[in-house]
Design a protein around this ligand. Sequence first.
Ligand code: HEC
Length: 120
Amino acid sequence: MNLKKFNSDYFSPMLSKNRKQIGLVTLLAGLVLACGTALYVPRESALISKGELKEMQGGRAVYISKCGSCHSLALPEKYSAQEWKALVGRMAPKAHLTSQEEAEILKYVTKNDSSLLGNH
Ligand code: HEC
């Protein structure tokens, strides 16, 4: 593939060659960063109460600290709420979770499941 042609088509022809390279590096760094932060961060919203937000923030932290030692962390959107319920139940003893930690993780991974929104 003709990368030079692609670059000059895609980026403004006014940019110098150096600027184009900086742009490409920034683009790649952005992609890597985006992958590193794929686990959504709970935010305040009309559908989430303050108490739930706290629970979800705690759940995200516990999920990252206790569930990533044996395998990579599955994204919350990978499974339905029902599947997560079974999975977290099965994984809780492996990760030595307290019942509160289990509830927080479950809240975090299932809250963005659209089938649950409206039931809270
Ligand atoms: C002691 C090691 C260990 C810990 C800690 C652990 N897991 Fe697992 N996990 C496994 C093993 C082994 C499998 C594959 C076998 C299975 O599905 O039971 C698995 C499978 C999974 C799967 C299905 C495969 C996938 O990646 O989609 C999910 C989801 C999962 N674990 C979530 C969790 C969560 C959530 C926690 C924290 C509460 C956790 N795991 C902690 C060992 C662990």
